[in-house]
Design a protein around this ligand. Structure first.
Ligand code: SAH
Length: 219
């Protein structure tokens, strides 16, 4: 971590606490998520030139045409994923810079994360190490396929918008497990939560969303 990123000024604990209060105001209620986001230094996940904006409620560019989701989006996705329950093993599709995976590492015992762009994953690995997220395993692969050898998962969170729900991800959910995924329909995106029950899948549309697209294959 460089001196400029060492946690002073705009990147201080106080700035992070202001972000947490804003998230409460936006309706985030899960105290475990609020605590995790209050601790994870979001500024180390973005380029130094953007570090001072890391705690604003905006998506920021990561390079390669990708963005780190806004704090509200991360909090809301993870709140849906947890829905108040204990998470053991979870899968994230779209590691990006590794921020959401790091927050997840504090909510679940084991975190797996898949990213299709190898250079982004190199950065993410460094960030995960700097943030001491030791229970996160990442892989350069097409997230549409999930990670069959680690399945089943209690939760799967997709950080990019799909046109349909990949069947592999549904298959890899445990019974009682939840898939949180933004879906594009007629040019409009919305966040969905899909629960696997003993009787089948229950799909609920939650709210409008704005994500980069889930792309096929490796980058
Ligand atoms: N969770 C990330 C935000 C990621 S943005 C963070 O905290 O920074 C979405 C990411 O999904 C991008 O990095 C993009 O490259 C990746 N992505 C898109 N399609 C994918 C696919 N099929 N498999 C894996 N990753 C994918």
């Amino acid at each position: 971590m460089s001196a400029a990123n060492s946690g002073i000024g705009m990147t201080s604990q106080r700035t992070r606490m202001r972000m947490v209060e804003r998230l409460r105001g936006q309706g985030i209620r899960d105290e475990l998520i609020l605590a995790a986001m209050g601790e994870v230094p979001r500024h180390i996940f973005v380029d130094e030139a953007l570090a001072s904006r890391a705690y604003e409620d905006i998506a920021l560019p990561l390079g390669f045409g990708q963005t780190i989701s806004s704090p509200y989006t991360v909090a809301r996705m993870l709140e849906l994923l947890r829905s108040g329950s204990v998470l053991d093993k979870v899968l994230e599709i779209g590691t990006g810079c590794g921020y959401q995976a790091t927050v997840l590492s504090r909510l679940a015992r084991e975190v797996y994360s898949v990213e299709r762009l190898a250079p982004l994953l190199t950065k993410a690995r460094r960030h995960l190490r700097d943030a001491r997220a030791h229970n996160v395993r990442v892989r350069n692969a097409d997230g549409n396929l999930g990670m069959p050898e680690q399945a089943p998962f209690d939760g799967i969170v997709v950080a990019a918008a799909a046109t349909h729900v990949p069947q592999a991800l549904k298959d890899q959910l445990a019974v009682g497990g939840k898939l949180v995924i933004p879906l594009t329909n007629h040019g409009k995106q919305s966040l969905h939560i899909i629960e696997k029950t003993a009787q089948g899948y229950v799909d609920r549309k939650v709210e409008d969303a704005r994500f980069v697209p889930l792309l096929p294959g490796l980058g």
